[in-house]
Design a protein around this ligand. Structure first.
Ligand SMILES: [Zn+2]
Length: 313
């Protein structure tokens, strides 16, 4: 389904629309609900498979608009003209997992459909669950948060670059740095959402908890550093990167030989240092041995690394 928000093309995946409409149906007034049911039942009577499919799509599209399920997105674009101007269109796709809901920018070469008119602008892709769309408040909160990341990515002053040598590798250490980068960015987003009154206490606490886990070296300073981060209104990619990549140490704690980050305690003979975990560590750090110790963060990362595919999802 394609809609045009003042010449800004927005396309929803048809199956996502159908599922969101079916979920939101229970909120309809009983009178409207029976009208929806009658109209839907009529589609089943069409014997031609393709025509029936088209009839269902048209029906769901119409009710999607009638139920105002696209309103949060329409108002989000009204609130963020720079996103509308900075991207060539928006594709809204079904995310099959809650944790995989996000908004991102796709460059020309990554665009899902080849475009007849090449554009230097990236496309906005939103992956979301039907359940999120079916509830306007949930969808609004989701967009408030995700579009702030997009706003940063499009802002030349933020200076975002996806090609970042410090975060480029596949090792556990780089994964850890990426997680720290994302967490610092999350903190600045949380602060802005807080000032817009678009963040719950639970979400704020969750962000702080993640910050504590990613910056264990901060110890007693964690609270004040978190507070400073959430007060930043215009962060830059380089500031965030510097925070993520440099240990925030006062020089009194030990250093993990793998990630070079300071930790109060290192693990030496953990039962989690199984043969496959040790092998995986040696692949990245041939000179390392158990006697040198490993921090809990690296141990977690390598433990997850050697899990069989499909576990931990
Ligand atoms: Zn470590």
């Amino acid at each position: 389904m394609t809609t045009d928000h003042q010449q800004y093309p927005v396309e929803f995946e048809a199956k996502l629309i159908e599922e969101a409409v079916m979920l939101a149906e229970s909120n309809l007034h009983p009178f409207k609900r029976s009208r929806f049911r009658r109209e839907r039942d009529k589609c089943y009577l069409i014997s031609d498979v393709e025509l029936r499919e088209t009839a269902f799509n048209t029906l769901h599209h119409r009710w999607f608009t009638e139920m105002a399920l696209d309103n949060p997105l329409t108002s989000a674009f009204a609130d963020h003209p720079e996103i509308r101007n900075g991207t060539k269109g928006c594709l809204v796709l079904w995310s099959h997992k809650k944790k995989n809901e996000y908004a991102d920018l796709l460059k020309e070469k990554q665009n899902l459909k080849p475009s007849p008119k090449p554009s230097h602008k990236p496309s906005l892709v939103i992956r979301v669950q039907p359940h999120t769309i079916s509830d306007s408040n949930t969808f609004k909160y989701f967009l408030d948060r995700e579009l702030l990341y997009i706003e940063d990515m499009l802002d030349p002053d933020f200076g975002y670059t996806a090609d970042c040598p410090q975060l480029d590798g596949g090792s556990a250490h780089n994964d850890f740095l990426r997680r720290r980068y994302r967490t610092v960015w999350d903190c600045t987003i949380a602060g802005r959402l807080l000032r817009q009154e678009s963040l719950t206490d639970v979400q704020l606490k969750r962000t702080q908890k993640e910050f504590e886990m990613c910056f264990p070296e901060l110890g007693q300073e964690t609270g004040s550093r978190f507070q400073r981060l959430i007060e930043i209104d215009q962060p830059t990619h380089h500031e965030i990167l510097a925070l993520a990549c440099e240990p925030q140490t006062d020089g009194t704690t030990g250093i993990c030989p793998l990630c070079q980050f300071p930790y109060a305690e290192l693990e030496f003979q953990s039962p989690r240092l199984t043969e496959s975990v040790l092998k995986s560590i040696h692949n990245d750090f041939p000179d390392w041995n158990e006697a040198k110790g490993i921090c809990i963060q690296c141990l977690d990362l390598y433990t997850v690394y050697v899990l069989p595919t499909g576990a931990g999802n």
